[in-house]
Design a protein around this ligand. Structure first.
Ligand SMILES: C[S@@+](CC[C@H](N)C(=O)[O-])C[C@H]1O[C@@H](n2cnc3c(N)ncnc32)[C@H](O)[C@@H]1O
Length: 328
């Protein structure tokens, strides 16, 4: 693990943590007030060598970008972030590897909330890394994937058999594909029926050396799920930050019910993991009540214990494990 980066101890005790904290906030385009700048400035003033700053630059180079110019560009992006439409965020894993995602700056843009990574996704990705055995050799369907942090993390750090990303918004699906490919993952086949343009696109990116999961991106709208999609019969269904609109609660419950019924024939049935930022307790409660009404059980399970991504941990995020009530 790289929490105490090699060589950075020379800059004094605690310098490794400071670098890590700076790097995590900086490369996820955190706001200026989330960067530990006063501590860093203090440390640099008191340090008689350049180890600390060298280390930050080295970490930057590991993201695959050009050293100095690009660092200054990135700093400029942080400062001008309100004016920019798109940015690239780097989510560092404990291994030191990073997941680089193209994201929009505005939290709602192009009529969707799906072009940014939400806190519940970072929370669930952390949980997945701690519980990787849950995903081992399983087929997984993610609903409302957005631009892919959860699935890309699982495909890179766990060993699923198959991962199906899904969303309903054509621009989100496009950015999702770009993000998957730019993180070195291979799309086995990419099929979507974009609602607005009614096109079906199939691309084969199969490599003979590919030992990883079979990865697919599909267009799946909760209000128009097809029988063909229900028959995907995933072992695990994942969704993060999808309970925010009272109007979609009913159709989301109905989608989960369809998938759970379809998989009843399997010995273990399907399991749903759903992570939500509880913004409106009434809407969230309504979702749980609707699950109860159709005999779907839910239990709250503990979230991640290690802090890996630099998101705001003051908001309440709840993780539910959802199965048919008789399986609980
Ligand atoms: C708040 S975003 C969460 C994105 C991602 N899961 C995350 O946590 O970062 C909600 C996502 O649900 C998708 N979504 C909303 N309504 C949908 C529907 N009816 N069918 C499928 N996806 C939908 C949006 O396109 C968006 O990507």
């Amino acid at each position: 693990m790289s929490a105490s980066p090699e060589g950075v101890e020379a800059a004094g005790p605690g310098a490794g943590d400071l670098v890590l904290s700076f790097q995590r906030s900086f490369f996820t385009m955190g706001r200026m007030d989330s960067l530990p700048l006063p501590e860093l400035e203090e440390r640099l003033k008191n340090s008689d060598d350049s180890t600390l700053i060298q280390h930050i630059l080295q970490q930057h180079e590991m993201t695959g970008a050009e050293p100095l110019d690009d660092l200054y560009d990135a700093l400029g992006e942080v400062l001008r972030s309100e004016e920019l439409k798109m940015c690239h965020k780097n989510y560092f894993l404990l291994s030191g590897e990073n997941i680089r995602l193209g994201e929009n700056v505005a939290i709602i843009s192009e009529g969707t909330t799906g072009l940014v990574t939400w806190e519940a996704a970072q929370f669930f990705a952390e949980w997945a890394m701690e519980n990787s055995e849950v995903f081992n050799c399983r087929s997984i369907l993610e609903l409302g994937s957005g631009i892919g942090l959860v699935g890309i993390t699982i495909c890179k750090t766990c060993t699923p058999k198959q991962y199906i990303f899904s969303d309903c918004h054509p621009n989100v699906l496009q950015q999702l594909r770009t993000n998957i490919l730019s993180n070195g993952l291979l799309l086995d086949s990419d099929t979507w029926n974009a609602k607005d343009c009614e096109v079906e696109v199939k691309n084969k990116y199969v490599s003979e050396e590919n030992q990883g999961p079979e990865i697919t991106v599909i267009g799946l709208d909760w209000s128009e799920v097809t029988q063909e999609q229900v028959e995907l019969q995933p072992d695990i269904i994942i969704a993060t930050d999808v309970i925010y609109d009272p109007e979609v609660v009913l159709c989301l419950v109905s989608v989960l019910e369809k998938f759970l019924i379809s998989n009843e024939r399997k010995e273990q049935g399907s399991v749903v993991y759903l992570a939500s930022t509880v913004r409106n307790p009434e809407t969230y409660h309504q979702f749980k009540m609707e699950l109860d009404k159709v005999g779907i059980g839910h239990q709250v399970i503990p979230g991640p214990t290690r802090k890996i991504f630099p998101y705001n941990r003051c908001t309440e995020i709840e993780l539910l494990k959802i199965v048919f009530a008789h399986h609980l």
